[in-house]
Structure formats: C-alpha cells, structure tokens
Design a binder for this molecule. Structure first.
Ligand code: PMP
Length: 311
C-alpha cells in the first residue's frame, strides 16, 4: 500500500480537502473585485518540542474578525472556529517545519456588481512551508517608492484586504526591478507609511519610533509585539508618530517587521547608508528577542505560541 506523503490540506466550503481540490469559480465576486480579507500567520517548528508553535493566532484571528465589519462580511464560523481551522490545516498537513497559514474570508457569491452588503461570504484556509521571506541577517537595501501608500479612506489599509495588495505589488516590483530589496511607501501627505508588506521602525538617540495606527498602515501584530518587547524587555521609550522621509536618512537604525519579514534590519535607504551599514544594536537585540519569543523560549510570552500537535 502506498503511504500518503504529508501534503497540504486546505479548508474549503466547510471541509478539509487536499489543496488541489480547493478551487473557486472565475465568476467569484472576490476574484473579480478583490473583496477578500485575509491573514498571514506563521508557525515555527521547535525541534526540542517536536511541535509547530503558531505565533499570536488569537490576535490574527481577532484582527480578521474585526475587519469583517468593514466589508460587511458574515460567515458561520466564529473566531474560535477560525483558530481551530488554522491549527487543523497544519495538523492534517503533517508539517514539521516552518509554516505560513493563510485564512481568507472572501465574497464567494457568483454575482456581478461591486458592492459589499448582501453578497455571500465564505472562509477558506491553506498552509504552505515558509522559511525567511526577506534576508534578516545582512541588512536590506531599500528605496522610497514612487507609488504612494493607498489611503485608508480609499481602500482600508487597516483591513488586510486582498484587493489592496495591488498597491504592495507595484511598490515591491518597482523596488526589485531597480535592484533594491524592498520599498518604503510614503503617504499622500509625504510622510512615511510602511514597507510593501511590513511595518517600519526607526531608532533615533535610543528611542524607538514607528508610524501611528491612523497613518494608512496595516496595524501589524509584529509591530505591536515589537513595541511591547521594546518597552517591557529592553526598557526603551517607544513613540508612535508620523515619520518624515528625510528622518529615514539621518536616523541611527531602521528595521522592518511583519509576520513574513519577521524583524529585518535595513542597511541603506535610497543608497544612503544607515548608521555604519550593519544591522544596528537595538535592531539586533529586538530581533534576537523576537526569535526567542516565537520559538516559545520566553515563558512570559509563551501564551502567544499555540502548539499544533498534541503529544
Ligand atoms: N503591513 C502590510 C501591508 C502587511 O501586508 C503586513 C503583513 N501582514 C504588515 C504590515 C505586518 O503585519 P503583521 O505583523 O500583522 O504580519
């Protein structure tokens, strides 16, 4: 008898199915109009525990469910069900390595017309293996994008909406085509927003500064984690305020953070070297703490880690 290879299992139309069976129609509302909300959640494989620890699952699901109201979404699954589905797709897929879990709530009706109310929504969820999304060690070379960050009043950046990633894709592609690793978005008012799919921090005279929640950003769970770790573990002063483009050039350190990016130091912006061109000391300390926390090694934050397998 052939043994089944562990392979990705998806949640689709209320059932767990092999991912290749999870298919939507080309007439799906979300496919036509970008009317989906999603999350990206990491699971870290801990060798010592032989388990996958999902990082801040509750907070990701909470953000998703709160955002339902923006797109008038109603689905039968409650927050607790969505958490269980995220755990279950990983468990059924049998992975024993780093994973990325993607629940998507989308307008699943086959109907015409861009509207949000009165269009049926559904939940699906899949999992893939994922290592580093960007280089976290040597420092990234970054450019300010010619694309502006979309405004929360145009396509809500606060919601992690599928359609809004056209904005991210344009900026990331422009940066990569010009030989950079990543982009920094400015807002329409010229102040800094965030990276293509990550929040941004600067360090200035020992203080940690990031853009505020009402500055056309996705309010990242990693951002909130970094703010808390900086305050509680490193005793740093943290400030949420608008950041000017030129502050990026003159500050001591810059780093990105996000579920995919993790904590990723930046070594240059628009070909201006930041600090001495190496990841700075505060970025490095926060990064190392972050990696310990996500691997379940810091008891105080252990409740942020949800184990997948029951031994
Ligand atoms: N901003 C954008 C535009 C993103 O796509 C992401 C990744 N989800 C982030 C910020 C970081 O958010 P989080 O830390 O919750 O992953």
């Amino acid at each position: 008898m052939a043994t089944m290879q562990p392979g990705p299992i998806a949640y689709f139309e209320g059932r767990y199915v092999p991912i290749q069976e999870a298919k939507i129609s080309i007439m799906t509302h979300a496919f036509n109009y970008g009317t989906g909300l999603f999350e990206g959640i990491r699971g870290y494989y801990s060798q010592e525990e032989d388990n996958i620890l999902i990082f801040r699952l509750k907070e990701h699901v909470d953000r998703l469910v709160r955002n339902f109201n923006i797109l008038c979404m109603e689905i039968p699954e409650k927050a607790e069900d969505i958490e269980n589905i995220c755990i279950e797709v990983v468990r059924r897929s049998g992975f024993r390595e780093g994973v990325y879990i993607r629940p998507i709530c989308y307008k699943s009706e086959l109907s015409l017309g861009p509207k949000v109310r009165g269009v049926e929504s559904s939940l699906c969820c899949y999992v893939i293996k994922l290592g580093d999304y960007v280089d976290t060690q040597s420092g990234l070379d970054v450019a300010v994008s010619s694309w502006r960050r979309l405004s929360d009043n145009a396509i809500p950046t606060r919601a992690k909406a599928t359609g809004s990633y056209i904005n991210s894709a344009l900026a990331a592609t422009e940066a990569k085509q010009a030989g950079f690793d990543e982009a920094v978005f400015l807002r329409e008012d010229g102040t800094v927003a965030e990276g293509s799919a990550m929040n941004i921090f600067i360090v200035m005279n020992g203080k940690l500064i990031t853009t505020p929640p009402n500055s056309d950003i996705l309010v990242g769970i990693t951002r909130n984690t970094v703010l808390q770790l900086a305050r509680e573990e490193l005793g740093l002063e943290t400030i949420e305020r608008p950041i000017a483009r030129t502050e990026l050039y003159i500050c001591d350190e810059v780093f990105f953070c996000g579920t995919g990016a993790q904590v990723a130091p930046v070594r240059s912006i628009d070909r201006r070297v930041i600090g001495n061109g190496q990841p700075g000391p505060i970025s490095k300390r926060l990064q190392s703490l972050y990696f310990d926390v996500v691997m379940g090694k810091v008891p105080k934050y252990r409740h942020w880690c949800t184990p997948v397998y029951k031994h």
